[in-house]
Write a protein that binds this ligand. Structure first.
Ligand code: GDG
Length: 457
C-alpha cells in the first residue's frame, strides 16, 4: 500500500540538513512509493491553488504556499499561539482569540482540497501534528474513505488544562475522525481518552478503542525514536572531529555540560541556567572546571513570546558569567544559532553531561541523540526532566524535576563525579532501549496499525 504523509513542513531531499524524523518518514515512503504533502515554508501575496511537485527516489513531494493572512491565523495564530502553549501547560501564554480558529480551519480545508484528487482508495494516509488536526475530517468530507491516521508529536494535556480551550469539543471531534490516533506516551493517550469519554465517546481504556459519532478509533502510544547508528557515525566522522577541536579550543580542561534546544519557552531554559548557577554556588569545586554550552536555535521569531524568552536567556547567561567568570574561564557559552547535525553529534560526544530539562515535551529527541553519540568506553551521563515523554523510556538517565533547581544542581554534581562503571552500565541499558524502539520501529508500528484498519475492512 502506498503511504501518503501530510505535515506542516515537508523536508525535501534538497534540504541537506533534514533531521531524523524526515529521513525516517522518507524511508517509509520509499518502501512502497509515497507522497508527501505540506506547506513550502513560503508566504506569497497570491499563492497558487496548485501544489509544486518534485519527485526523487520514489517519493513525490507536493507543497503549497500560504498567504500572509493564512500564515498569521494558522501558523503564528491558532497553531503556535493557542495549541502549542496550551498543550505544553502554558495556559498563561495561550491566546484564545476566536478569530484565529476559522483561519486554521481554512488552511486545513485547503490542504484537503489539494490532496484529495491525488489520493487512491488503497492508500494509507498519515497526518502529523497539531497544525493539521482537522485535516482528517476535511478529507472525509471530500469523500476519502481510505484509512486515515494522525500522530501528535507534542503532549496531549491533562483534561482540566485542555478544557481551557474555548472549542475543545470541536478539536477532539476532529481527532475522532481518524482511524488511528497516535501519541508519544501512555499518559497522553489516557488524557485524550478521558476527553473522548467526556464528549460522549464509548471508551475501552484497555484497548484504547473509542466508539464515537458512528466511528471506531484506535488510540495508542507510539513513542518516536531516532536512527541510533546515524548519531554514532556522525559523532565519529572526521569532519565532526575537526570542527570539534576548533570549537572546543578555549574551553581548556573544562568538563562540558551540553544543552541543545530550539529556543522555546517549553524547554525550561531559564530554570536550567538557574540550576547551573546553583551548581557553581553549592559545589564550588566546579568553578573553573565546568562549562555549560547551551545551543538555542531561534524558531517562530514572529511570535512575541519567543522574543521575550530570548531576552530573558541573554540576561540570565550574562548574569551567571558576571557572577562567576574569571579572565580564563567563562562558565556559560550561550549560542543563539543552529549548528550542522554533524557538529552537534561531535559536541554531544565531547560533553560529560547532556542536560535536557523541558517543563513539558512530547518526547525530546535531543535526549536520545545525546545517548546515541556517546563513546561506549567513556560515556557521558544524561540528566533528563521527568516531564519529557522520553523519561517514560529512559529511566537509566538521572531523572529530575526541572522546576526544582536544587534537585537539578544535585543531579549535575552526581553526573560530573559518576564512576566509569556506573556510567557504562547506565549507557548500555539506555542505548539498548534506543535500538529496540528506534525510528524504523516507530514508523513501522504506526503504519502497521493503519494497515490493520484496511485489513479489518
Ligand atoms: C517536536 C516535539 C518531539 C536542535 N538544534 C539544532 C538541531 N536541533 C534538532 C535536534 C533534534 C530536533 O532539532 C529537536 O527535536 P526535539 O524532539 O528535541 O524537539 P522539538 O523540535 O520541539 O520537536 C518533541 C519531536 O517533535 C519529535 O516527535 O520529540 O517533543 O516538541 O533532532 O537535534 N539540529 C541542527 N542544528 C541545531 O542547532 N541541525
Amino acid at each position: 500500500m502506498r503511504l501518503v504523509v501530510a505535515s506542516n513542513r515537508v523536508a525535501t531531499p534538497a534540504q541537506q540538513s533534514s533531521g531524523g524524523l524526515a529521513v525516517g518518514l522518507r524511508g517509509a515512503m520509499q518502501e512502497n512509493g509515497g507522497l508527501w504533502f505540506g506547506w513550502s515554508g513560503d508566504v506569497k501575496a497570491r499563492p497558487s491553488g496548485r501544489p509544486r511537485i518534485v519527485s526523487a527516489d520514489g517519493v513525490t513531494y507536493a507543497t503549497i504556499d500560504l498567504s500572509p493572512e493564512e500564515h498569521d491565523l494558522y501558523y503564528n495564530g491558532y497553531a503556535n499561539r493557542t495549541l502549542w502553549p496550551l498543550f505544553h501547560y502554558r495556559v498563561d501564554l495561550a491566546a484564545f482569540d476566536r478569530a484565529e480558529y476559522p483561519g486554521y480551519q481554512r488552511v486545513n480545508a485547503k490542504f484537503a482540497r489539494v490532496m484529495a484528487p491525488s489520493l487512491k482508495k488503497d492508500d494509507l494516509v498519515w497526518v502529523h501534528d497539531y497544525h493539521l488536526i482537522p485535516l482528517g475530517e476535511e478529507l472525509r468530507s471530500a469523500g476519502c474513505r481510505m484509512p486515515l491516521g494522525f500522530f501528535l508529536h507534542i503532549p496531549f494535556p491533562a483534561p482540566e488544562v485542555y478544557k481551557a480551550l474555548y472549542n475543545y469539543k470541536r478539536l477532539a471531534r476532529h481527532l475522532l475522525c481518524y482511524d488511528v490516533v497516535g501519541f508519544q506516551t501512555r499518559t497522553d493517550v489516557d488524557a485524550f481518552l478521558a476527553i473522548a469519554a467526556q464528549i460522549g465517546g464509548d471508551v475501552d481504556s484497555a484497548t484504547g478503542t473509542v466508539q464515537a459519532f458512528g466511528r471506531t478509533v484506535r488510540c495508542a502510544a507510539f513513542p518516536i525514536g531516532i536512527d541510533v547508528d546515524e548519531f554514532s557515525r556522525l559523532a565519529e566522522s572526521p569532519s565532526a572531529k575537526a570542527q570539534l577541536k576548533r570549537q572546543l579550543n578555549g574551553l581548556g580542561e573544562s568538563n562540558l555540560i551540553i544543552g541543545v534546544d530550539r529556543l522555546d519557552y517549553s524547554k525550561g531554559l531559564p530554570d536550567r541556567l538557574a540550576a547551573f548557577e546553583r551548581l557553581l554556588a553549592d559545589y564550588p569545586a566546579n568553578r573553573r572546571r565546568v562549562t555549560l554550552l547551551q545551543i538555542a536555535a531561534p524558531t517562530r521569531v514572529d511570535v512575541p513570546e519567543y522574543v521575550d524568552i530570548r531576552h530573558e536567556l541573554e540576561t540570565a547567561a550574562g548574569h551567571i558569567n558576571g557572577r562567576f567568570a574569571e579572565f580564563d574561564w567563562e562558565p556559560v557559552r550561550y549560542i543563539n544559532r543552529a549548528y550542522k547535525r554533524s557538529s552537534l553529534a561531535g559536541l554531544y560526544r565531547a560533553a560529560r553531561v547532556g542536560l535536557v530539562t523541558p517543563h513539558r515535551d512530547g518526547m525530546n529527541l535531543v535526549a536520545k541523540e545525546y545517548v546515541a553519540a556517546q563513546d561506549e568506553r567513556d560515556p557521558g551521563v544524561l540528566v533528563l526532566s521527568q516531564f519529557a515523554g522520553a523519561a517514560a523510556q529512559m529511566d537509566d538517565a538521572l531523572i529530575v524535576n526541572p522546576y526544582d533547581i536544587q534537585d537539578v544542581a544535585a543531579a549535575l554534581q552526581r553526573a560530573l563525579v559518576m564512576p566509569l562503571a556506573e556510567r557504562q552500565g547506565r549507557w548500555r541499558r539506555l542505548v539498548d532501549g534506543l535500538r529496540a524502539e528506534d525510528i524504523v520501529w516507530w514508523r513501522r508500528s504506526f503504519v502497521e496499525a493503519l494497515a490493520g484498519v484496511a485489513r479489518r475492512r
